[in-house]
Design a protein around this ligand. Structure first.
Ligand SMILES: Cc1cc2nc3c(=O)[nH]c(=O)nc-3n(C[C@H](O)[C@H](O)[C@H](O)COP(=O)(O)O)c2cc1C
Length: 414
């Protein structure tokens, strides 16, 4: 019976434990978690979502209050087209976040940053270029392009001195999306160093419609393995979404995957950025407590716990402070939904917005409890304390359980 440890991921000159901890925004895949993944010889992500906010929380910078102050005059205006990020400050925030993480890195593993194209930040190209370039400047080992097709992303950074040396990869959910990306990346003569295939059981946003349940990670992975073989492209393939045990991982490694990307099992570790009380919500979740809905303003379905405070909340948009989902013309689907409800309930102190959520504020406050499909199995990965709460796990425990377990078993903490 094989274990994950019987395999290695070769990425250029690196030989790694084939476990990748996925990016979890906003700061759920915190530096402490990524550092453990790298120390243990795998690859782990930090997230590039809302980095100015994350830097303020961690380094006592004032990026958010400065921006909010600058645009205070616009708060009551539903047109947010003037609310722009200062690109210099954005670069500074990214360098803080990435630089401090990379300085603290130990061990043979790698730390990548997850970069979502859907964070359009009211100036999609310019802000994405700054985020990618400043992460490279700050020494990140690699960048995973996510939440979008990223057809122009390689071209944005092709002049960066590390463009051909840093590891660059993409998350896709279909062969078609991969083919489009490869066609574009051929123009800058640069293939991705790895491809993550994310299936319908993942956490965060899904690269499918609400018919997600009709898709199957094994089938999509198999199709892409065949395509890469036919095209003689030796790019490591990394499936993600619903890989819950070491044995699940081995079954993918035995059928052509180079590594696996996992996330949900790390949400209940001490190193994960979620507050401890929310980790208990993840532990307690039953299958019925999880849903896939369309409340994200990005237009992608998202999986989350039904108890998330973000669902149905009708808070005032705070784009002057945040504004990460503004599309480049000052619009966000939440602003439209919020204004509709305010107009429909004149004089009401509070409104309920059922169809969309203010993702910036709620993700920033850890009020949107996104999770993978198998979050309801987390309770089987730990033991309970005398007060009935679940024992938090160490990232090392979960990592090593993936690496060394067999027979579909999950090791409980000592
Ligand atoms: C709490 C949480 C937040 C996530 N946030 C992001 C994100 O910001 N960007 C992204 O590309 N994927 C995100 N994901 C997806 C993961 O990186 C990963 O690919 C997927 O969840 C793996 O499946 P698993 O959770 O079943 O192991 C998130 C997943 C979770 C559980």
């Amino acid at each position: 019976m094989k274990r994950v440890d019987d395999f290695r991921l070769k990425l250029g000159e690196h030989e790694l434990v084939p476990i990748m901890i996925g990016g979890m925004g906003v700061d759920i895949s915190a530096p402490a978690l990524a550092l453990e993944g790298a120390r243990l010889g795998g690859i782990a992500h930090i997230s590039d979502a809302m980095v100015p906010t994350v830097s303020d929380r961690r380094f006592q910078t004032r990026f958010v209050s400065e921006k909010a102050k600058l645009y205070k005059y616009n708060a009551a205006n539903s047109d947010k087209s003037k609310v722009l990020f200062d690109l210099g400050r954005l670069a500074e925030a990214t360098q803080n976040h990435v630089g401090h993480t990379m300085q603290a890195k130990r061990g043979n593993g790698l730390i990548f940053i997850n970069c979502m194209e859907k964070l359009t930040m009211n100036a999609p190209r310019e802000t994405l270029r700054v985020r990618l370039c400043s992460a490279l400047d700050a020494g990140i080992d690699g960048i995973t392009l996510s939440a979008g097709l990223h057809l122009g992303s390689f071209a944005l950074i092709e002049d960066h001195p590390r463009f051909r040396h840093a590891k660059l990869g993409i998350i896709v959910s279909s062969l078609r999306a991969l083919q489009l990306f490869l066609r574009k990346s051929a123009r800058v003569k640069r293939l991705p160093d790895y491809i993550i295939v994310e299936g319908p059981l993942a956490g965060g946003h899904l690269g499918f419609g609400m018919d997600w349940a009709q898709y199957d990670l094994r089938a999509i992975t198999g199709e892409i393995v065949q395509y890469l073989q036919a095209e003689k492209l030796a790019i490591p393939l990394i499936p993600a979404g619903g890989i819950f045990t070491g044995s699940d991982a081995v079954s993918y490694l035995e059928s052509g995957a180079a590594a696996v990307q996992v996330a949900t099992r790390f949400t209940v570790t001490r190193e994960c950025g979620l507050p401890d009380a929310i980790k208990q919500e993840y532990f307690k979740a039953a299958e019925d407590d999880i849903e896939v809905n369309m409340i994200s303003p990005t237009g992608y379905p998202m999986r989350m716990l039904k108890g998330s405070p973000a669902i149905g909340a009708g808070i005032r948009p705070n784009c002057e402070a945040y504004g990460y989902l503004l599309d480049g013309s000052g619009n966000c689907a939440y602003i439209t939904a919020y204004n509709r409800e305010v107009a429909a309930h004149p004089g009401a102190k509070k409104v309920v917005v059922a169809d969309k959520t203010c993702l910036c504020t709620h993700m920033r406050n850890f009020d949107c409890w996104t999770c993978g499909h198998y979050a309801y199995r987390l309770k089987d990965t730990s033991t309970r304390l005398a007060d009935g709460s679940y024992r938090l796990l160490s990232a090392e425990h979960v990592f090593r359980d993936y690496q060394f377990s067999s027979d579909g078993r999950v090791a409980l903490p000592e």
